[in-house]
Design a protein around this ligand. Sequence first.
Ligand code: 13P
Length: 246
Amino acid sequence: MLRPLLVGNWKMNASREANSTLLAALREARGLACDLAVCPPTLFLGDVAAALLGSDVAWGAQDCSAHEPGAYTGETAAVMLKEFGCRYVITGHSERRTMHGETDQLVADKAKIALAHGLIPIVCVGETLSEREAGQTHAVVMRQLSVVIHTLGHCVSQIIVAYEPVWAIGTGLTATPEQAQEVHALLRTQLAAATAAAASMHLLYGGSMKPDNAAALLAQPDINGGLIGGAALKAADFLAIARAAQ
Ligand code: 13P
């Protein structure tokens, strides 16, 4: 069994004061049977790196540019994230796909440049409620992942995939463990056609993962961790999920 990975996606929530309390609690956590990472807003990466240096908790960014450094106002290059010690970068979160018009190809290009700079992309896929109701869940997630596979080739083995049903994000609605497992198994089969390493790739579930539903989700054979929003902002909740991963 893969060691589970729990990644906190703080989204646009953080303050220097709140961060120091949260990170101190995460640093102190002992005896966990999973790995932890946090993805704060970019502005806080320097603080987070300083607070977590030498700890077992990794950090990453919520997005990166698809370009090398240059005239791209407001963007952050993958090479800069690397300089700040990031291990991970989330690409293609549904909030970026819907609110910032990110296409499947842009998401794949971001994953590619992240890998080129030694970052591990956490590529998000997931269907909307109307797509699920129309029976399109499989087609949507496979389309999103296929562009990444095509763009990365055999290097796709180095990414993490997060299945985040859009209808479960921040809504309190969670995919049932069976619903999530079904999609995770589908994604792993799709990856297996592209890489011999599919069985050892981390596939994370995201969407209202909480202390009370985490154990059942994380017990599924193809769910290797979580990408956690709201519950990652409170140390007690994030660590309760971590303990559920034992
Ligand atoms: P919530 O856990 O708040 O539903 O957010 C999930 C998410 O979008 C993580 O990337």
